[in-house]
Design a protein around this ligand. Structure first.
Ligand code: ADP
Ligand code: ZN
Ligand code: ZN
Length: 755
C-alpha cells in the first residue's frame, strides 16, 4: 500500500454499537484533504491546539502508515466521547484565522453533492490561490512603507528599504534596490514598518459619489417596477430571484446600479457577476464611476493581488464586488444583493472540476442570506425562463429601449439564393448596408464566429482535408506564414504545398475566418479604417480596452470580430451590424445549438442603432426559416422560447429533465471505448434496478470532438426527470470503481458543453 493511502484507522468514523464501556472525553476535528482521500477524516484535537482548531482553518494531520503530514481543511469540530479505536492527533494549525465562514463551509458541502464533486476540490475552488498561500510566501505581495515613529532606531539597511518603499514594490525588488537581504524586508514587515499596499481598484474617492452624472433623472415605468420588486425583497430581508428580461438598451444596468445604491445605503455589500471582465469593460466602468469602492476581480490579477482584494472585502471595506464566475465566492460579511448580468452565458458554468454553475451557487447563497438575486438578460437561458413561467422566480419585462430609441430593423439574406452570392463572404445586400452606414457617418460591426483565415484546407484533386495529427480536427489556415492551426489543441504546423495523400499541387483554402473577412472588407471598403477583434489579435493584456477605445474614438470604422464583439457593448454610432454566417453554430451536436444561435444573433443585433440615427442589422443565413433565426430577426426571443420549449419537453431535455454527461478519454481508443461501455452497463443496470420512469442512458459513443490532444474521447449521457435521483443513480453505479490505467473520466452534472 502506498504510504499516503488512508489506513483503516484514518477511515474509522463510527463508534461500534457494542462499545459501551467507559471512554475518554475529547475534542474531535473532522478534516477534508484537498486531494487524495475524499472521505472526511476524524482526528483528535490535543489540548494545546484546542483554541486554534476551528472549522474553516487548515490543519496539519498525519496520514497513512508513514504518518506523513498533510494540509487539510477542518470542516467540523465536536466534543464528546472518543471512539474505541484511538484517533490520530492533529499536529498543527496552518491559518491564524478561518479562511471560510460556516456558511461557506455549508456551501461547499452542498456544492460537492450538487455537482458530484470532491469536497476537497470544492474547498480549493472557492478559495483563490492567493488566499491559500502559506505564511512564508505572503511576502511576495506589493509592499509600501508604513508610518515610522521618528524616535525609532533603524539599521542602515532598514532605512534604505523604507526609503525605497515610498512606492508599492515587491519584496524582492525592495531588497534588490536597497541592496539589503530579504530578511530585512521580513523583519520590517514584522515590525509593521512595511505594510502591504492596498490593492483595491479606485479605493480613493468618497463613498458617496453615488450621484454620478450619468444617473438618469427618472426611471422608465418598467425600470421602476423592476427596482420596486428588488427593493421590496431587500427591505423585507427575504430571498427572491428576479429576472430582468429586457432587450438590449432597455436600462437593465441602470436598475442594477440603483439596486446596488440602495444596498449600500443599508450598509450592505453587493456582488455583481459578469460573463468576463475583459469583454464587459463598459459595465465595469459604470460601476466604478458610480460607486466609491469597487473591487474588480479579473483574471489578470496575480494571486497576491486577488488575496488583497479578498481581505478588503472580508474586512467590509469594499461595498461592491464586480467579477466573473468565481467572484460569487467573495467573502462579503454584510451581503445585501447579488446581480448576474447576461445570466444566459455559458461561462457561468465552470468547465473543470468542480463543474458548478454560478447561477445555482448564487441562488443558494442569496437564499441562505435572505437577500434578492437579480438576473438580467435579453435572452435568458431556457432553464431560467421556465422557472419564471412556473412562478418560482419573478420575471420583470423591460420590453422597450429607454429614451424611445427603436430596435434596429433586421434584414435576413438567404445565402441559398443565387443573387445573394458573391465572391467573398459579404453578400451584395450586406455590402450595401455597410456602404449606407459609412456614408451616413456611422460605424459597422461584422460578426463571424470563426477565427483564422480559412476554416479548412483541402486538396482539390482527392478531397483530402488537412487535420490535426493529435485531434483529427480540421486545421484552420492562419496568415501570415501559411500556418495550419488546430483550434482544439492549439498545435501550429506549416502547411505543405502539395497534398500529402495524392501529391497533387495546390491545396485550396475553404471557408472564411475573421482574418480573410478582414482582408475582404479592406478591399471592398478601401476608405474605411478596419480592425479585427478575436483571440488572435487580443492576446496581450489591455488589448481589448485599446481596440474598444479606438472604436469609441472613431479611429475605427469597421470592427470585424468573433463573439467577443457581441456582448455588452454600447456604441451609439454603430449603425450597421452584419452577421456573416448565422448558421455556424446551428448544427452542432448540442441540444442547445438553436438557443445559443438565437442568443448570439440577438445579442449582436442589439449593438446596432443605439444612437439617434438608428440602425440596421443584416443576417446572412442558409436557414432563414429556422425559428432561432426568425425570432432573432424580429427581436422576439420569446417566440423562440415558445417554439423551443415543446421540443425540449418532448425529449426530456433541460429545463424538463436533467442530464449528466460522462466523458472518458485516453490514448488507446479500444480501451476508452471499453471503459465507456463498462460505465454504460453499470448505469443501465442501476437504472433497471431503480425501475424509475424516464431514466435513460444514451451512448456510449465517440464524442462530437472524438479526439483532442492525442486523447480519444467517448461520452455517454444519463437523463432523468429528477436531479437528485439522477445523481444518486450515477453515484451508486460508479461507486468504488477502479479506473484502469491510462483512462481518465469525468462526470459533468447539468453540462452546458456537449462537444
Ligand atoms: P441595458 O443594460 O439593458 O443594455 P442600460 O442600463 O445600459 O441598458 O441603458 C442603456 C442606455 O440608456 C445607457 O446609456 C443608460 O445610461 C441609459 N439609460 C438607462 N436608464 C435610463 C433612463 N431611465 N433615462 C434615460 N436614460 C437611461
Ligand atoms: Zn490530394
Ligand atoms: Zn489538435
Amino acid at each position: 500500500m502506498p504510504p499516503d493511502q488512508p489506513t483503516q484507522r484514518d477511515l474509522f468514523e463510527h463508534r461500534p454499537a457494542w462499545a459501551e464501556d467507559d471512554r475518554r472525553q475529547g475534542t474531535i476535528a473532522t478534516v477534508v484533504l484537498p486531494d487524495g482521500v475524499d472521505k472526511p477524516l476524524d482526528y483528535l484535537v490535543p489540548e494545546a491546539l484546542a483554541a486554534a482548531v476551528e472549522p474553516g482553518r487548515r490543519v496539519r494531520v498525519p496520514l497513512g502508515r508513514a504518518n506523513r503530514l498533510r494540509l487539510a481543511y477542518c470542516v467540523a469540530v465536536r466534543s464528546g466521547e472518543l471512539p474505541q479505536t484511538p484517533l490520530k492527533e492533529v499536529s498543527g494549525v496552518e491559518d491564524d484565522k478561518p479562511l471560510l465562514s460556516r456558511r461557506m463551509l455549508a456551501l461547499t458541502e452542498w456544492m460537492a453533492e450538487r455537482w458530484m464533486a470532491r469536497r476537497g476540490e470544492v474547498l480549493e475552488a472557492v478559495l483563490p490561490a492567493g488566499v491559500r498561500l502559506r505564511q512564508k510566501a505572503r511576502v511576495s505581495r506589493l509592499l509600501v512603507a508604513g508610518q515610522v515613529d521618528p524616535a525609532r532606531k533603524l539599521t542602515p539597511a532598514q532605512a534604505r528599504v523604507l526609503a525605497a518603499a515610498t512606492q508599492p514594490a515587491k519584496a524582492e525588488q525592495l531588497a534588490h534596490v536597497a541592496n539589503a537581504s530579504r530578511a530585512v524586508v521580513t523583519r520590517l514587515l514584522k515590525l509593521g514598518l512595511l505594510r502591504e499596499a492596498g490593492t483595491v481598484a479606485a479605493a480613493a474617492g468618497p463613498a458617496r459619489r453615488a450621484i454620478a452624472h450619468d444617473r438618469p433623472e427618472e426611471l422608465s415605468p418598467a425600470q421602476a417596477t423592476a427596482l420596486g420588486a428588488i427593493s421590496a425583497a431587500m427591505r423585507e430581508g427575504r430571498h427572491e430571484t428576479i429576472l430582468l428580461f429586457g432587450v438590449t438598451g432597455s436600462g437593465k444596468t441602470e436598475v442594477y446600479l440603483q439596486a446596488v445604491e440602495e444596498t449600500i445605503s443599508y450598509g450592505r455589500q453587493a456582488i455583481v457577476l459578469v460573463p468576463e471582465i475583459s469583454l464587459t469593460p463598459q459595465t465595469c466602468d459604470r460601476f466604478r464611476a458610480r460607486f466609491g469602492t469597487v473591487a474588480v476581480l479579473h483574471s489578470h490579477l496575480t494571486p497576491a493581488e486577488r488575496h488583497g482584494q479578498w481581505r478588503e472585502i472580508a474586512a467590509g471595506r469594499v461595498n461592491v464586488v464586480v467579477g466573473a464566475r468565481s467572484a460569487i465566492f467573495a467573502p462579503a460579511p454584510r451581503l445585501g444583493l447579488i446581480v448576474i448580468d447576461e445570466e444566459h452565458e455559458s461561462s457561468f458554468k465552470q468547465a473543470t472540476a468542480p463543474r458548478y454553475h454560478a447561477r445555482d451557487v448564487a441562488e443558494w447563497i442569496s437564499r441562505a442570506e435572505g437577500v434578492p438575486l437579480v438576473l438580467g438578460s435579453a435572452t435568458p437561458a431556457l432553464e431560467t425562463f421556465a422557472r419564471c413561467l412556473s412562478g418560482e422566480w419573478r420575471m420583470c419585462r423591460l420590453a422597450d429601449r429607454v429614451g424611445g430609441s427603436q430596435l434596429p430593423a433586421v434584414i435576413t439574406v438567404d445565402l441559398r439564393d443565387r443573387s445573394a452570392r458573391s465572391r467573398g463572404a459579404i453578400s451584395p445586400r450586406l455590402a450595401a448596408g455597410v456602404r449606407w452606414a459609412l456614408d451616413a457617418g456611422g460605424q459597422v460591426m461584422l460578426l463571424l464566429n470563426r477565427r483564422g483565415f480559412a476554416t479548412h484546407v483541402q486538396c482539390q484533386a482527392c478531397g483530402h482535408s488537412m487535420r490535426c495529427p493529435q485531434c483529427e480536427i480540421a486545421l484552420t489556415l492562419h496568415q501570415p506564414g501559411n500556418k495550419g492551426v488546430c483550434h482544439g489543441c492549439g498545435l501550429v504546423t506549416r502547411l505543405p504545398a502539395d497534398c500529402p495523400e495524392c501529391r497533387s499541387p495546390g491545396l485550396v483554402h475553404r471557408g472564411t475566418g475573421t482574418q480573410r473577412l478582414e482582408e475582404q472588407v479592406r478591399k471592398a471598403f478601401p476608405d474605411a479604417a478596419v480592425a479585427r477583434m478575436d483571440t488572435d489579435t487580443m492576446r496581450s493584456r489591455g488589448s481589448h480596452e485599446k481596440t474598444l477605445d479606438a472604436f469609441r474614438d472613431r479611429q475605427i470604422d469597421i470592427l470585424v470580430g468573433t463573439q467577443m464583439i457581441a456582448k455588452g457593448l454600447d456604441f451609439p454610432s454603430v449603425m450597421l451590424v452584419g452577421v456573416v454566417n448565422a448558421d455556424a453554430a446551428l448544427h452542432l451536436a448540442d441540444f442547445r445549438a438553436a438557443e445559443r444561435t438565437c442568443q448570439l444573433v440577438t445579442q449582436v443585433s442589439g449593438r446596432s442603432g443605439r444612437g439617434p440615427q438608428g440602425g440596421r442589422v443584416v443576417v446572412q443565413t442558409s436557414t432563414p426559416d429556422h425559428p432561432a433565426i426568425r425570432a432573432a430577426a424580429v427581436h422576439d426571443y420569446e417566440a423562440f422560447v415558445r417554439s423551443e420549449l415543446p421540443i425540449r419537453e418532448a425529449l426530456l431535455y433541460p429545463p424538463f429533465g436533467n442530464v449528466i454527461r460522462l466523458v472518458v478519454r485516453g490514448a488507446d481508443e479500444d480501451r476508452v471505448a471499453a471503459w465507456a461501455g463498462t460505465l454504460a452497463e453499470r448505469l443501465r443496470a442501476a437504472a433497471a434496478q431503480d425501475g424509475a420512469a424516464g431514466l435513460r442512458v444514451l451512448g456510449p459513443a465517440p464524442a462530437p470532438i472524438p479526439r483532442l490532444r492525442e486523447q480519444f474521447r467517448h461520452h455517454l449521457q444519463v437523463h432523468g426527470p429528477d436531479g437528485p435521483a439522477l445523481r444518486a443513480l450515477v453515484g451508486r453505479a460508479t461507486a468504488g470503481l477502479k479506473t484502469p490505467d491510462g483512462i481518465a473520466w469525468i462526470v459533468d452534472v447539468d453540462p452546458v458543453e456537449m462537444l
